[in-house]
Structure formats: structure tokens, C-alpha cells
Write a protein of this length. Structure first.
Length: 224
């Protein structure tokens, strides 16, 4: 059975990224490459990481006018990522064009509310309601646009899963019970996230910054 744990690799250092994944690849289901990695290493870096034999989650959180996002995804097509992210706040037309431009077999998922944001942050941005309300609104829009699923925190995934039973749900901001929160505000444990309906768990610093990444991921795996 493939592990639901996908390791978040956000370092700009390609050799460091390869080292970490090489150490943990028997215990994770895939590699999430974020903006920091992509800005430093580009498509060539993604290809290098793909040689390690795990699916690639390209987490670029694209958000622009529909034509620009579609053209960007067309430029990424040769990489055939397993998962690709766009921002749900980009609107229905953008999400529809993103899905149409993606390669067959690539899951396009919409980012709803970042796990680093709470209600005060949303209010400051002019968004009424709490994070749960906003996640539900954006998840409904993503479903209507034909996307495969959404990215949301473990606090909302149960409600989103109930409203979208066949959706694909990426839960970041996951921390072990004794983990450090860092810049995350809305977090749950890996076990809680899975129990609530997460399809995959994105975990970075609790593994990548551990003195022994392999032991860290195995300890998390044991709780599942």
C-alpha cells in the first residue's frame, strides 16, 4: 500500500533535496516540490527529482488570468506531474482552463485557505466569515469547475469530504502531536487528518529538519 505521506521539499538546494528524498523514499508516497525549489531549479530540477522514482506534486499555486494560467500549465505538461495546484480564488474560468490544459492523469487541485492564515488574516483581506466558511465556498467552486479536489487544513477536510465524497483532498500543515507549529496556525496530527478524510498528507519540516529524516517519517507512519 502506498504511503499517504508526501514529503514537502522546499529547499532551493538540489543536492540537499535529493539527499533527503533518497533517505526517506521507501516510506513516502510522493515528493512535493514548492515555489522555493522551482524558482531555484526550474523544470530541470523537477526532472532530476523525478528520477528518484516517486510521483511529483508540483505545488506552484498558480493564480492569474485564465489564459496565463493555462499557458503556464501547458509549459509544464512535459513534466507530467501527478498533482498540480492553482488558487481557487482565481475563479471558475481560471480553474476550468487550468484543468483543460493539464496532462491526462494529472490531478489539478485548488488551494482554498492557506494553513498559515486564521480568521483575523481573512478579515484583514476583506473576506467575511471564518476560514471554514471560506474553504467551503472555494471547495464548491472548485468542484463546479471540474477540478479533482482541493488543498485545505485538517480542520476543514471532514466537512469538505462530506460535501464532495469522491474528491481528492490534500492536507498540509500536518504536525505530529509533539511537533513545532512554526508558521502554521490551523494544524492537526497526521492521524486526525486521515481519519477526517485526507487523501494525502503533506509533511515537510518535521521530517526534513529532523536529525534523522528516515526515523522521523517512520515514527509518523507508525501513528497511521
Amino acid at each position: 500500500m502506498t504511503s499517504p505521506i508526501w514529503i514537502a521539499i522546499d529547499t532551493p538546494e538540489l543536492d540537499r533535496a535529493r539527499e533527503i528524498v533518497t533517505r526517506v523514499k521507501r516510506h513516502v508516497g510522493g515528493i512535493k516540490l514548492g515555489l522555493e525549489f522551482f524558482a531555484a531549479n526550474g523544470r530541470a530540477g523537477v526532472r532530476t527529482m523525478a528520477l528518484l522514482g516517486l510521483p511529483i506534486f508540483l505545488d506552484l499555486k498558480l493564480h492569474d488570468i485564465p489564459n496565463t494560467v493555462a499557458k503556464a500549465i501547458q509549459a509544464l505538461r512535459p513534466l507530467s506531474p501527478a498533482i498540480l495546484t492553482v488558487h481557487a480564488a482565481g475563479g471558475r474560468a481560471m480553474m476550468e482552463d487550468a484543468k483543460a490544459a493539464a496532462p491526462n492523469g494529472t490531478k489539478v487541485v485548488a488551494v482554498t485557505v492557506l494553513t498559515s492564515l486564521d480568521q483575523s488574516d481573512l478579515l484583514a483581506a476583506g473576506v467575511s466569515g471564518d476560514p471554514h466558511d471560506q474553504v467551503m465556498r472555494l471547495a464548491a467552486a472548485a468542484r463546479e469547475a471540474g477540478l479533482d479536489g482541493v488543498v485545505c487544513s485538517g480542520e476543514e477536510v471532514a466537512a469538505v469530504h462530506k460535501s464532495w465524497p469522491d474528491g481528492f483532498f490534500v492536507v498540509p500543515g500536518v504536525r505530529p502531536a509533539d511537533g513545532v507549529l512554526s508558521d502554521q496556525k490551523r494544524v492537526v496530527t497526521p492521524r486526525q487528518a486521515l481519519d477526517r478524510g485526507a487523501s494525502i498528507l503533506v509533511i515537510g519540516r518535521p521530517i526534513t529538519q529532523a536529525s534523522d529524516p528516515d526515523a522521523a517519517v517512520r515514527a509518523i507512519e507508525a501513528t497511521l
